[in-house]
Design a protein around this ligand. Structure first.
Ligand SMILES: [Zn+2]
Ligand SMILES: [Zn+2]
Length: 284
């Protein structure tokens, strides 16, 4: 059996193509990047040169799949109308940028519906996806809904939420990104083998395991069921190395791209986390 493809969230300093260069230089198969500043509404448009260079380096490096993570301001379930409108416009721009660059996946969090009930938040997220994607030709791009830690009023902390959004948007190519740290603090106890198998079964019953195209492979600094989102270095958090090793070697998950999103506090940390993930999957 082939081992899963591995990589991490790489910086885009000096241009979006640099994420591919960093990935290649560190021996990754796959990569995730932001296509713009993740913390501001305004995005510098991609120039034709940016796009051509990205596509050329992609061909040279053969990094695949390539994921873009949506900026953090977008909230497709926002109850405030102005914020919702801005989020839909910004998300459409993210999809357009992903299409221009020719990447495989665009990862987005379903959003937060402060004050509204979960069902309304889920319906609003689906509605926003439809409005934001109206008229766009997707080609091979797929949008991946990421499970959340359930912080504040975030929806998407149950795989049932993601399945509902998928059901409500049958014309949009949707899939799922499974974040290990988010699932753990949202109350899926993956520390033991039974718990991991139960979660894999749940994913199969709700979103369908083949639709889980990416795995954000993170340990958690926050404790189990805390609903707090704090990624941490592999093997140094509350999930632990043994449990994460089982995730990386799970036979039902090996089709997915494994992406580390561990903190950037030390430049050597990425390489250490990557080498741990590599050791987990080697011999798969
Ligand atoms: Zn995310
Ligand atoms: Zn994540």
């Amino acid at each position: 059996m082939k081992r899963p493809r591995i990589g991490f969230h790489a910086p885009i300093k000096g241009g979006v193509h640099n994420a591919l260069v960093v990935a290649k230089d560190t021996g990754c198969d796959t990569v995730q990047l932001f296509s713009r500043n993740p913390r501001g509404w305004m995005a510098k448009p991609l120039t034709l040169d940016d796009v051509l260079l990205f596509r050329k380096v992609r061909k040279q490096t053969k990094i695949t799949p390539v994921l873009i993570h949506c900026n953090y301001l977008v909230n497709l379930a926002a109850v405030d109308d102005v914020f919702l409108q801005k989020s839909r416009e910004s998300f459409r721009e993210e999809v357009e940028r992903a299409l221009l660059l020719g990447v495989d996946y665009l990862v987005v969090h379903p959003g937060s519906s402060r004050g509204a009930c979960e069902a309304d938040g889920i319906a609003l997220c689906a509605e926003s996806l439809k409005i934001a994607c109206k008229g766009l030709k997707f080609g091979s791009l797929r949008i991946l809904l990421e499970n959340t830690a359930g912080q504040g009023d975030c929806i998407g902390h149950r795989f049932e939420h993601l399945a509902l959004i998928m059901e409500l948007c049958p014309k949009i190519p949707l899939g799922v990104c499974f974040d290990t740290a988010h699932a753990f603090t949202a109350g899926y106890d993956i520390r033991e083998e039974d718990g991991l198998n139960a979660l894999v079964q749940r994913m199969q019953k709700t979103v369908g395991i083949k639709n889980v195209r990416a795995i954000h492979f993170n340990d958690s600094r926050a404790v189990y069921n805390s609903r707090v989102d704090r990624h941490w270095h592999i093997g140094e958090g509350h999930i632990g190395a043994e449990a994460l090793r089982r995730v990386a070697r799970h036979p039902k998950l090996k089709h997915a791209a494994f992406i580390l999103e561990t903190p950037y506090d030390d430049p050597r940390a990425d390489l250490k986390n990557l080498s741990m993930l590599r050791s987990f999957v080697s011999g798969c």
